[in-house]
Write a protein that binds this ligand. Structure first.
Ligand code: GAP
Length: 498
């Protein structure tokens, strides 16, 4: 067996650059509208990317809906504008934002902390303290901020202190001081118009989350599927947010895909189901091969909970740039259904036949980003290894996620090997996404498949001509076994556990 030495982790941003470059070179992800200079925060999934994304969606769909207590839904992206008033998005789905008057760059106030180095932050806080020293109310607030883990962010979160701190900060882009406008709220929903007249009565929004399509259909799904509590509704679909700062490849984009499930429960059972889904969802990432110690929960402290939530946690993954949320699990109480009942004037109460009671159920939400999970799976699969003195790049995807399941390689392009290979390819193509490659030395062909995460390479060689066997090389161990051509399909079926 070949020797594998895992290379020490490179510099963190270097790793991300390499992954972005591989993603483009091998057809996973392209920048949107690249020939026109690109569109910020939007990405296109290429031939291999679309397979990976579909596999992630498919795994999620199977896990979440191939059970008797969850139904599927595909609601439209455009919804009645009142939905977003009821949900609170028109009023609250905002980020505080400042502009630099000098260079015109725009920043999310809560992200400034990440853009300024610790020394400069300490200096700005010191200058702020000197300025407010005679104002006891501000001094109290300032001291409170220093009780928190991140005083700089805590000061920015306070409206009075934030205005003054912004005067002490240099713009991260042009370096000038005291050039920020005061913070103002910026709504993240994209607006458009329905019908031919572009007036305020025709405004509709591109949905910023898929969840609302589920809430407004709660009774439609419940009565048509004759479900009883507890039960859930699951949906995969696009969501749009006009993010002020997009960053880190697919991590924060303006158009992305969500995989959301809302589980409707009796209010008294909320804790039980919250704990259940919290455990299930973390397990899903682990079952698909994600490195266990790169996954963790981040429970939201009570004072930081969203206005609708009773309890919330994020499942976080350790990306090359640090820990980031891939999925949120929330106990949303009866907030959403109550608000839609109030704004629509239609009852959204559930009638419990056992107790003969009518009530609004509580909702436990599991909300994963498909695009962000895509990035996490891609990053997690990326390895550089030294094999016989040469480096190989390999994507160690779980076989269920791998875009291509097997490659078929004739050793040489003669002696009937292409014909046999093509017969194997034709046979496998009925069940699997496979790839035929006859270009270049076989070692190079193996490397090309490693780089896109293909779990198996099937090689037709001289011995095949004598005994109708082929070699099957496994991606991670690089071990090869010989099996009969007739058995290749069942061998793959077994290994890929379909
Ligand atoms: N319905 C609840 C909800 O939408 P969220 O925390 O705003 O909650 C859920 O979003 C998930 O959607 C996040 O965990 C993340 O994976 C994904 N997501 C949110 N904003 C995103 C963005 N701008 N780009 C990519 N993924 C995003």
């Amino acid at each position: 067996m070949e020797r594998i030495i895992e290379k020490k982790q490179n510099n963190r941003s270097e790793i991300l650059d390499k992954i972005v470059s591989l993603a483009k070179r091998r057809g996973f992800v392209f920048q949107s509208s690249e020939i026109y200079g690109g569109l910020n925060g939007c990405w296109d999934y290429g031939p291999l990317g679309v397979e990976l994304l579909r596999n992630i969606n498919e795994e999620w769909w199977k896990t979440m809906t191939y059970r008797d207590d969850v139904e599927g839904l595909d609601a439209s992206i455009l919804m009645h504008p009142k939905v977003w008033e009821a949900s609170g998005h028109v009023e609250n789905f905002t980020d505080p934002m400042v502009d630099c008057k000098q260079c015109k760059a725009r920043f999310r106030v809560d992200l400034l902390s990440e853009m300024i180095n610790e020394k400069k932050k300490a200096k700005a806080l010191e200058d702020l303290r000197n300025e407010i020293i005679n104002d006891s109310k501000l001094v109290d607030k300032y001291s409170n901020a220093f009780q928190t883990e991140d005083p700089f962010s805590a000061v920015l979160e306070d409206q009075d202190l934030s205005t003054k701190l912004l005067q002490q900060i240099n713009c991260p882009q042009c370096g000038n001081k005291n050039t920020f406008t005061s913070a103002r709220q910026f709504n993240l929903m994209f607006k458009t118009f329905i019908g031919p007249v572009e007036d305020s009565g025709a405004v509709v929004y591109l949905r910023p989350e898929t969840a609302q399509g589920i809430f407004v259909n709660f009774l439609n799904v419940q009565s048509s599927s004759r479900q009883k509590l507890p039960f859930g509704i699951a949906q995969v679909g696009k969501a749009f947010r006009n993010e002020i700062n997009t960053k880190n490849f697919l991590f924060r984009t303006r158009e992305f895909e969500q995989m959301e499930m809302q589980f409707f429960v009796k209010p008294a059972d909320d804790k039980k189901w919250y704990d259940y889904w919290k455990a299930e969802r973390l397990q899903w990432f682990k079952d698909l091969g994600m490195t266990e110690n790169k996954l963790r929960y981040h429970d939201h402290p009570k004072e930081k909970l969203a206005h609708y939530a009773k309890e919330a946690t994020d499942i976080e993954y350790e990306f090359p740039f640090g820990w980031g949320e891939v999925e949120g699990i929330h106990n949303r109480t009866n907030f959403d259904l109550s608000r839609h009942e109030e704004y629509s004037g239609k009852s959204l109460k559930y009638f419990d036949e056992e107790s003969k009671e009518k009530f609004i159920p509580y909702i436990i939400e599991t909300s994963a980003g498909a695009s962000r999970s895509f990035m996490a799976f891609l990053v997690d699969a990326y390895y550089e290894e030294e094999v016989k003195g040469e480096m190989r790049t390999v994507l160690k995807f779980h076989s269920r996620l791998a875009p291509i399941k097997a490659a078929i390689l004739p050793l040489v392009n003669k002696d009937g090997m292409p014909e046999i290979s093509q017969r194997i390819e034709k046979d496998l193509r009925k069940d699997f996404k496979v790839f035929y490659d006859d270009k270049g030395a076989v070692g190079r062909r193996y490397r090309r498949q490693d780089e896109v995460g293909t779990p198996f390479c099937i090689t037709v060689d001289t011995q095949t001509l004598d005994d109708q066997t082929v070699t099957v090389r496994e991606r991670d161990s690089m071990e090869q076994v010989r099996i009969r051509i007739d058995n290749v399909s069942s061998y793959l079926n077994d290994k890929l556990k379909f």
